[in-house]
Design a binder for this molecule. Structure first.
Ligand code: SF4
Length: 199
């Protein structure tokens, strides 16, 4: 098992062990708003981006999904997914991490598809440059709609203000838990964003 698999497994296990200790009543509103945002984004993606990706990469076999060990997962991605998963679904995710399918693709890509119920935010919102061009060039209003979704994403993930992704890390830090996926508390770039906000 490589470092990437180990940090994913360790984080998932921490989250599973302590999920029942999350003060859900305090966070419920923000989590609901985030899930609404994800549904809205998925609808847009399915309608306007997926047809482009399907034709360009999936059917030609250029890429069925992102590259191996290439997905940046945030701690909050793991928590939110766990809240939306059954025990069986989390076991399936853990198994995918332990024994990824051969083929050098993303470790979470199983025979039955992505093992996440709410996939990491980077997967939801990544669009490569050619797909962006093809999907948006004929329709500038669609490009604007996507930009608005990217702005909305920041209200949950970008720590220039206290955001859900930061709060979920803090809850576990307060429980004495640490993970390398707590990027908002560990990444020098994001720590700088937080420092600027607190000035
Ligand atoms: S986590 Fe899921 S959606 Fe994201 S690249 Fe892997 S298989 Fe695809």
């Amino acid at each position: 098992m490589n470092d990437y698999q180990m940090e994913q497994r360790e984080t998932l296990q921490i989250v599973r062990r302590h999920l029942h200790q999350i003060p859900l009543e305090d966070l419920e509103k923000q989590i609901t708003a985030y899930l609404d945002f994800r549904q809205k984004t998925a609808r847009f993606y399915n309608a306007h981006i997926e047809p482009v990706c399907e034709k360009k990469c999936f059917t030609t076999g250029i890429s069925g999904c992102c590259t191996k060990d290439g997905i940046i997962v945030f701690f909050a991605d793991v928590v939110i997914n766990a809240l939306q998963s059954t025990t069986r679904q989390l076991d399936h995710l853990e198994l995918a991490i332990d024994s990824p399918a051969p083929g050098g693709k993303c470790i979470f890509l199983t025979q039955s598809g992505c093992a996440w119920q709410v996939k990491p935010i980077v997967c939801e919102m990544f669009i490569c440059h050619p797909a962006r061009q093809q999907a948006f060039a004929p329709s500038p209003s669609k490009a604007q709609e996507w930009k608005a979704l990217e702005q909305e994403r920041k209200t949950f993930t970008w720590p220039d203000q206290p955001v859900l992704f930061e709060r979920l890390e803090s809850v576990f830090l307060n429980l004495g838990q640490r993970s390398t996926l707590m990027h908002i508390h560990k990444s020098p770039g994001l720590l700088r964003v937080k420092q600027n906000r607190d000035r």
